[in-house]
Write a protein that binds this ligand. Structure first.
Ligand code: UGA
Length: 429
């Protein structure tokens, strides 16, 4: 199939690469000439395991190219995917201006039947608006179909998630685009769910909100575990063995972050409000998430008493492992809160240092993990990078002024840490 993807962010770029990988011909469109130049020259603007190799191989094979021209993308393709940002507005609702602009651009470039697919996360009923907009701005008055095809990839695992999806959701009003959509996804060997557009749009917000709820649920359980001497990991393991519950997304942490869960929760609460329902359950999910970070900061300040002029090492700045993304990162939030109390920070992340430099000022960016503890009064684990498990703990204890570790991701064993002479505080254990 000939496909165009408008927007080369996480969703657009990874989708484009994976569609090309399975044999489709893909034109990726972005209105940022600098980004298009980087991509055309073989660079990748984000860190995502496996992506760079995949992009390079498919560019070389002639199946993937990049352009700034929406017209070129639209006219050279049968199916056009919209994958532009849908950022939050100050009141929690979604800014749909990028979607609207792209819909107008697609409309004015269309000269024959096209399938216009929305992949961005959007509020329910956005498909209707996209349809109306295309109809209004299409000078050629050609036929088209609008499809909702939400994306469920996780940053850090995006290529794998896209190549092996649990399901593919296709929301459509008419049957006409169904075959083409099935053909696009056939090589991925995944179950395909065909629904109406509104349901497809809701599946995305309902799924992300449910996953956030799962995390807040286990984080609330972590409070009870700490108060009773239970171990939240054992509770999660025991719960997760029930297939109705499942173990995934039951890792207690210092809260969820990133560019999706916080934004999608606010949006879903707002959408519910607009249809007359107060989604109190999701408001509580947000509250628990904030409380979890508050509790963690309190744990640090109660242990160290005064944070002013204390040197704290922070391992991890990205919002989660395997990514360089620091948007809405709990780790960055934590750093800013510790700094506000007067702490001096030595920070490290395997991939997110450059991006963190844009948001963290007056901290020492340490170039290697093992040097972070030097002269520290305490060490904090803020992101669950696998490599942190390889930290040389003996050396770490020796390098610190005081061997105190706050583990916001439960990466180490409490008994072992104690044996090694650390004061070790984690989440829900
Ligand atoms: C999330 C969803 O998982 C994807 O399915 C969805 O496509 C994506 O949002 C999106 O809407 O685009 P993502 O935000 O990339 O993906 O990352 P997650 O792996 O879901 O992690 C989100 C946050 O939850 C991270 O801060 C992570 O550390 C935290 N988390 C995750 C926990 O605290 N505990 C867990 O058990 C799992």
């Amino acid at each position: 199939m000939k496909l165009a993807i408008i927007g080369t962010g996480y969703v657009g770029l990874v989708s484009g690469a994976c569609f090309a990988e399975v044999g489709h011909t893909v034109i990726c469109v972005d209105n940022d000439p600098a980004k298009v130049k980087v991509l055309t020259d073989g660079g990748i603007p984000i860190y995502e395991p496996g992506l760079e190799e995949m992009v390079k191989a498919n560019v070389a094979a002639g199946r993937l190219r990049f352009t700034t021209s929406t017209e070129e993308g639209v006219q050279g393709s049968d199916v056009i995917f919209i994958a532009v940002p849908t950022p939050p507005l100050p009141d929690g609702s979604v800014d749909l201006s990028y979607i609207e602009k792209v819909a107008r651009e697609i409309a004015s470039a269309m000269t024959s039947y096209k399938i216009v697919v929305d992949k961005s996360t959007v509020p329910v009923k956005t498909g209707d608006k996209v349809s109306e907009t295309i109809k209004r701005y299409c000078k050629a008055k050609v036929e088209f179909d609008v499809v909702s095809n939400p994306e469920f990839l996780r940053e850090g695992f995006a290529v794998d998630d896209l190549m092996h999806p649990d399901r593919v959701v296709i929301g459509t009003k008419s049957l006409r685009p169904v075959n083409a959509m099935k053909q696009i996804y056939l090589p991925f060997n995944a179950p395909i769910v065909v629904t109406d557009i509104n349901s497809a749009e809701l599946i995305k917000h309902a799924s992300n909100s449910f996953l956030a709820l799962k995390i807040s649920y286990i984080n609330a359980i972590s409070v009870i575990c700490e108060a009773t001497g239970a171990n939240v990991q054992e509770v999660a393991n025991g719960m997760g063995m029930d297939e109705r519950i499942g173990r995934r997304f039951l890792d207690a942490s210092l809260g969820f972050g990133g560019s999706c869960f916080p934004k999608d929760l606010s949006a879903f609460i707002k959408i519910s409000e607009q249809v007359g329902y107060d989604f109190g359950l999701l408001k509580e999910v947000q509250k628990i998430n904030t409380f979890q970070m508050d509790r963690f900061v309190k744990k640090i300040s109660e242990t160290l008493w005064v944070l002013k002029d204390k040197t704290i090492g922070v391992l991890g700045l990205a919002f989660k492992q395997n990514t360089d993304d620091v948007r809405m990162s709990p780790a960055i939030d934590l750093c800013l809160r510790l700094q506000k109390e007067g702490a001096i920070l030595r920070v490290y992340d395997p991939k997110a240092m450059d991006k963190a430099k844009g948001v963290l000022k007056d901290v020492t960016f340490v170039e290697d993990m093992d040097s972070v503890p030097e002269g520290c009064d305490a060490l904090v684990v803020a992101t669950e990078w696998e490599q942190f498990k390889k930290l040389d703990l003996e050396r770490c204890r020796g390098a610190m002024t005081h061997p105190i570790m706050f583990d916001g991701r439960n990466m180490f064993d409490p008994a072992e840490m104690e044996q090694l002479g650390f004061i070790y505080k984690s989440i829900g254990r």
